[in-house]
Design a protein around this ligand. Structure first.
Ligand SMILES: [Fe+2]
Ligand SMILES: [Fe+2]
Length: 344
């Protein structure tokens, strides 16, 4: 059953999807986006496993399959207010404004923020599904294709499970943030498969692990159950990227490696903005956008949260040789270089 007073963000802008007759999530009234992408498909004729670690990962993926319909207890009731108000972010992240708000506004802000977080996860999961399907075609080795195929079904399941949670347990949906949209489009349209690996497996998946690690601490039984299943899959996806890239990255010509270093850095800028820019939430609840953004950025709690987000991304970039000296000052300016040696 759907929660009462459920609404979609920017209701006036929603159009019917002419392909599916379902309401679209995009706040600009778009039901879908077409992304031009050049994909070089590689058909391999050798069916021998060449990378033992990937063969093991593929076996593990087959054993760890789960069913979002039957393995999750969807009968668990979700107390939205409790979920929002007891989550990691509240009320200490917004301490400066928290006491100024009346109880109704506190609940509104907290639930709006939680719905925004879950909506971005859903959009990111669809992005992951689309990229994973490209990896099946474009990855050059047999082991990589099989492992990518398991990621496709994993991501489909993640889309399913977060969509179900969002539409049956929460009362709002938000469109994709422009920062996540740009990043996903860059990854999807990039013809070179190893750029996709860095963008998806190292950046987006690494960040997702950070987000899920945070959600796992929430006091909400159903969400924690879902996140534990999803994290097992995502950990395999990050490992997939790191193992595969190690096989190839050192053989890249210098100019391409430099391009890859810059692609990774730009990706981190988009990822950071995707976390920091919560203007959709402020607009939704009618709070001053600029002031709220400033409060978020100087909040120590939010800085801790940012560290969790990049705790896997930056060390993995370093391990892959994608943090050469000339790019380090840029990461320093972004405030995330300090996480380079974190071991999780
Ligand atoms: Fe996923
Ligand atoms: Fe994933």
């Amino acid at each position: 059953m759907q929660p009462k007073n459920r609404k979609t963000y920017q209701e006036g802008g929603i159009e019917m999807n002419k392909y599916s007759n379902k309401k679209a999530l995009n706040g600009n009234g778009k039901y879908s986006t077409v992304i031009e992408s050049m994909l070089k498909t590689i058909w391999v004729y050798s069916y021998e496993s060449e990378i033992k670690k990937l063969a093991e990962l593929y076996e593990k993926a087959k054993k760890e399959q789960w069913n979002a319909s039957s393995d999750i207890d969807w009968s668990i009731e979700v107390d939205l207010e409790k979920l929002a108000l007891t989550s990691f972010f509240f009320p200490i992240t917004f301490q400066e404004v928290w006491e100024e708000l009346d109880d109704r506004k506190k609940v509104e802000l907290a639930t709006s923020n939680t719905s925004w977080v879950m909506s971005q996860i859903l959009h990111g999961e669809q992005g992951a599904l689309l990229v994973a399907s490209q990896l099946v075609s474009s990855a050059p080795l047999y082991d990589e294709k099989l492992t990518a195929a398991t990621q496709v079904i994993d991501e489909a399941r993640h889309v399913e499970v977060f969509h179900r949670y969002l539409t049956t347990k929460m009362n709002k949906e938000f469109p994709i943030t422009p920062h996540l949209e740009v990043l996903m489009k860059n990854i999807l349209s990039e013809p070179r498969w190893y750029f996709k690996f860095v963008g998806m497996q190292v950046l987006v998946e690494g960040l997702a692990m950070g987000i899920f690690g945070t959600l796992e601490r929430f006091e909400e039984t159903l969400l924690v159950e879902i996140v534990r299943y999803v994290m097992k899959d995502e950990a395999r996806h990050v490992a997939f990227g790191v193992i595969s890239l190690k096989e190839h990255i050192d053989q890249l010509p210098t100019t391409e490696k430099k391009e890859l270093v810059e692609f990774a850095y730009e990706g981190c800028v988009h990822l950071r903005n995707r976390i920091v820019d919560q203007s959709m939430v402020w607009e939704d609840v009618g709070l001053p956008t600029q002031r709220m953004q400033e409060i978020v950025e100087r909040s120590p709690v939010f800085q801790d949260f940012l560290m969790l987000m990049f705790a896997r991304v930056v060390p993995n970039l370093k391990k892959l040789g994608l943090l050469p000296d000339y790019i380090r000052p840029h990461y320093e300016n972004l405030g995330i270089l300090k996480y380079e040696d974190l071991e999780l």
